[in-house]
Design a protein around this ligand. Sequence first.
Ligand code: GAL
Length: 800
Amino acid sequence: MRKKFLSVLTILMISLLAAYAQPGRKVESFNTNWKFYLGDEGDAKNLAYNDGEWRQLTLPHDWSIEGKFDEKNPTGQAGGGLPAGIGWYRKTFTIPQTAQGKNVFIDFDGVYCNSEVWINGHSLGKRPNGYISFQYDLTPYLNYGAQKNIIAVKVDNSAQPNSRWYTGSGIYRNVWLTTTSKSYIPQWGTFVTAKVNTANAIVSMQTQVVVNQKGLHLKASVLTPSGQLVNSITTALEGNDSLTTVNQNIVVGQPKLWSVNNPYLYKVVFQVLAGKQVIDKYVTPIGIRSFNFDADKGFSLNGERMKIKGVCMHHDLGALGAAINARAMERQLEILKAMGCNAIRTSHNPPAPEYLDLCDRMGFIVMDEAFDMWAKKKNKQDYYQYFPAWHKRDLEDQVKRDRNHPSVMMWSIGNEIREQFDSTGITLTRELVKIVKDLDTTRPVTTALSEADGKKNFLYKSGALDLLGFNYHPETYADFPKNYPGEKFIAAETISGYATRGYYDTPTDSTRHWPTSSKAKFTQGNSQFAVPAYDNVAAYWGSTHEETWKLIKKYDYLSGEFVWSGFDFIGEPVPYPWPARSSYYGIIDLAGFPKDVYYMYQSEWTDKPVLHLLPHWNWEAGKTVDVWAYYNNADEVELFLNGRSLGTRSKQGEELHIVWKVPFEPGVLKAVSRKDGKVVLTEEKHTAGKPAKIELVADRKLIKSDGKDLSFITVRVLDAAGNIVPDADNLVNFTIKGKGILAGVDNGAQASMESFKEPQRKAFHGLCLAIVQASKSAGLLTVTAQSEGLLPATVVIRVK
Ligand code: GAL
C-alpha cells in the first residue's frame, strides 16, 4: 500500500517537475505590492528613486473615489466633483533565471488616463486612452535572478474636464505578467467564429503565431465546459523567426447554442507543439450562436425573434469607484438579469475584459462602444485631442480584444458624435467602419445618433452603417421605415427619466420635464435635491420609461432599446446643481437598490409573477395619495386600506400600471392580484413608527478568501414592529472584525457629500449599504452596525 502510494507520488512529482520545466505560457496577476504616490514625482521613473515612504497598495486602484467631494475640483459637477490630478505607481519585482530566453510581457487592462510606463528607467510608451487595454514587452530590459526590476507608471488625469461623467483615476483595472516561449501566440492572437447549420457548426479559427523554431505545429481543440474533447485539428507551422497566420476549421456536431437563457460556452485550446512538447497554450472561450438584425422583423437570436431589452451602463461601481471588482460587476448584472434585462451597452467606452466574460457567462447581448467623441470635443480636455493620432490603434485593439466574446453582437463606433452635423462625419464614419470590418465582418457596426433627421445626419449619409442606432426622439420611431427605407434599427439610448429611490410627491397626473426645454431654467426641484420615483419626471429630451417601452414593444422593426441608464452612476447629476453629484437616471440607485420602475420592467420583461405597490404608507392624515401598482400574470388587482376594499382595477389598453387615489389614513395598505379568481400575489405597505432597530441583510454569507470577493450588506432601519421606516436617515456606524475589510459604504442619495470610504453612513429613505471585502485567509468576518437610539445588529460572513 505504502509502496504504491510512494510510486504514485513519484509520478506526480515527475509530472509536476515536467510541467514546471515545460516552456509553456504563464499568466500571473501582477496586482500586489505596488507603491503609490499622489502627486507628480518625475524622478520616480528612475531605478534609483527611493519610494520607501510611498503608500503600499493592491491594484485595481482608483484614487479619485478616496477623495472629498468639492465643487471646486476641476473634474466639475458633471465629473462627480471628486479630485483627479497626477499619480505615480511603482512596483519592485524579480524574474527567475528560468525566464531567460523567454518573452515577458506586462498587460494593463485599463489606466485612466494618459499613462506612461517605465521598466528599469526605459520608457515603454504612453497611452492616452483611459479605457483601452495595452501590453508592453519587458523582455529586452529585464534583470534575472536576484537582481531587482522596477516598473514605474505615471498616470496623468490632471487635464480637466475630460469627461461628461465620473472616470476615476489610476490603474483601475487588472495588471498581468505573461511569460511565453519564443514561439508563441501573441496578445489577442486568436479569432474564432462559428457558422451554424441545423446539424452542426463550423468553427473557423484564425490564429497568429510567432514562429521561432522549425518543425512546430498548431493544434486547436474544441472542448465542452467540463473539458471533454469535441474535435481537434493540427496544422504544421511554416516559417522561422516570423509571424504567421493559420486558418483552421473544426466541425462541432449538434452544437449546444449560446443564448441569453442558456449561455453555453465551449472553449478552444490552442497549443503550439514541438512534437509532444507544449511550447505555448492559449485558451479562447467561445459561444456558438447566430443572430440577425432585420429591417422589418428586428432582432433574432438562433433564429428566434426577440427584443433587445437593454440598459446603458457606465463603468463605475458606486462606492468602489472605477476600481474594478468582478463580484461587484456580477452583482450589477444579477440585479439587471432579475429585472429581465438581456442586453448591455457599454456606454461610451470599452469595458473591463472581465465585464465581457461575465456577459458571456450570464447571457447578455452587448453593444461594445468605442468613443464618446471623435475629432470634435465635448469637453475642453477630452480624447478629441488624441483622436487623430490614436483612434485607429485604439479601435483596432478594442475589436481584437473583444471579437471572440459571444455576448458582443454590435460594435458602436461612437455616441452622439459631433461630426453628425458636418460633412467630416462622412469620411470619418467610413474610415472607422473600415477599421472594424478589416478585423471583424460578423457583427454590424452602429453608432448612437442623436440627430434623427437623416437628411441632416452626416454619419447616416456616409452609407457605411449596418445598423442605425438612434438616441431618444421616440416621436420619430413611427416614421423610421418611411424615412429610412430598408434600414435596420436599434434604439441605442432611451428614456433619461429621473428618480430618487424612496422619494415621492403626489398627485402624479402629468409627465414633467425638468427643465422643460434647453432654454428654460430649472425651477421645479426641491430642497432635498430629490426627484419623485413615480415614473413621471424626465429630461426634456427624454421620456418616461413607460412611454418609450410601449413604442419599442409596438414596432417590430425596432430591434430593441438600451435604457439610459441601468444603474445610477457618479457624475452627470442632471437636473440639479451642486451638491448633486451623481446621476438620477438609473432604474437602480448607486448603492444597487432598485427604484420602483424596476418592477415595471420586471412585470414586462419577465414571466415571473410581479406585484409592486408604491409609494410608502407614511403621510399626513387626509392627504390624497396616488397609489400605483405594477403587476403581471393576473387579471386584476384589488386594493384594501385597513381591510376596506378601495376597488379592483386592471390595466386597460396599453397601460403598464394602475392607480388609485387614496385619502391617507395610517395602517395597512394591501394589494391582492388575482387570475381567474385565484390569488396570485399580495403586497403590503405598513405605516411605520419611529426608528427602533437595525436589520442587516447580506447578499452572500459565504465568500471566497481570495482578497477580492465581496459581500453587500443592506442596512434596513426598522420600527419596533419590524416595518421599514421610509424616511429614516439615522447615521449608522460600522465595525468590521476578522477576515476582511470595509470596501465602501453608500445609500444611493444623489446629493450626499459623505465619503464612500468612512466606516459610517446615514440611512437614506430607510436604507444604506456596507460592502465588505474578504481577506486572503479563511475565517469569520463580523459586521456590526450601530446607531444612536437604535438596537444594533450583527451579521457574520464566512470567508472560505
Ligand atoms: C445622452 C448621452 C448620455 C447621457 C444622457 C443623459 O444624450 O448619450 O451619455 O448624457 O444623454 O440624458
